[in-house]
Design a protein around this ligand. Structure first.
Ligand SMILES: [Fe+2]
Ligand SMILES: [Fe+2]
Length: 292
């Protein structure tokens, strides 16, 4: 049996270390569990698109992982997939290059036992960037195998059904989603798709594939829209056990992990996240000042 620990949405930053405690808890949990592999499914950094050092710092921290791992980008690392005229923090070649310079790659394929594990950069899917087509060609090759396949990416493929209309930045847009699901169906061997981004855990089944949403290990974002998605809103991580008998997925909630809720952050609308993380860090040098 393969034990894959999926950790998501760590949101790390050198200048704004707001979730560092929960990452330390995460590293201890990894040491205790000793999974065969850890897959980090994006939003590794707090505000990577505007602050490349957050991406660098996220890599420095994730490199402390005590077992083999892969890390994939999310919108807080390389930017948002364009949607509905929204123009802030979009994915760009430059932001992708910053991520690849730090982490070495933005996708992976590896074989473990009877399984092939495939990691995608979901921020390319629907981006229109040239790397989007490259990745689809690469994916077709990666799926061409006799193994069972587990796929990981940051955005979920869909929120309720594979036929959902476009639903803003919460999931893949409908047309690129259709192409991706067609590629999975054509390959016929994809059993699991693990995603992040929504900071809540949920299990969905579509066309024989388990779609598992991972919680964030950093914080939860309850709110009018996210409360309607039907997932479990608690910090933690997913443990996937892959075997001949099938897939078992558990949402683990380490006892010491703080269940940080953005509703408590600030009075800024809608929850203060961007308003807080974009402020210059006000604490500065914590060393006591000694008079000369
Ligand atoms: Fe996130
Ligand atoms: Fe995200």
């Amino acid at each position: 049996m393969l034990r894959i620990l999926q950790v998501s949405d760590t949101h790390l930053s050198r200048t704004h270390p707001l979730f560092q405690f929960n990452f330390e808890v995460t590293l201890r949990e990894i040491e205790t569990l000793q999974p065969d592999l850890v897959v980090y499914t994006g939003d590794l950094a707090l505000n990577g698109p505007d602050n490349p050092d957050d991406v660098q710092f996220a890599h420095e921290q994730i490199a402390r992982t005590s077992c083999p791992y892969f890390a994939l980008p999310g919108n807080h690392d390389v930017g948002l997939v364009p949607f509905g005229g929204h123009s802030e923090q979009l994915v760009t070649e430059e932001r992708l290059a910053t991520f690849v310079a730090a982490f070495g790659n933005d996708r992976f394929v590896t074989d473990m036992g009877d399984w092939r594990l495939v990691g995608l950069n979901s921020q390319l899917i629907g981006s229109g960037l040239s790397a989007e087509e490259d990745q689809m060609t690469w994916l077709t090759d990666a799926l061409a195998c006799d193994s069972k396949v587990a796929v990981f990416m940051h955005y979920p493929a869909f929120l309720q059904t594979a036929e959902d209309e476009d639903v803003s930045h919460y999931a893949l847009s409908s047309e690129p989603r259709r192409q991706l699901l067609e590629a999975f169906a054509a390959a016929g061997n994809v059993q699991l798709v693990g995603s992040g981004h929504l900071h809540q855990s949920r299990s969905l089944l579509h066309a024989g594939i388990c779609f598992e949403w991972a919680p964030s290990s950093a914080f939860v974002i309850p709110g009018n829209i996210l409360d309607t998605f039907g997932g479990r809103q608690a910090t933690g991580m997913l443990l996937h056990e892959l075997s001949d008998a099938g897939i078992s997925t558990q949402h683990l909630e380490p006892a010491l992990m703080m269940n940080i809720d953005l509703r408590n952050w600030s009075k800024a609308s809608p929850h203060g996240y961007y308003q807080v993380v974009k402020q210059p860090w006000m604490i500065g040098d914590l060393q006591p000042k000694i008079a000369a």
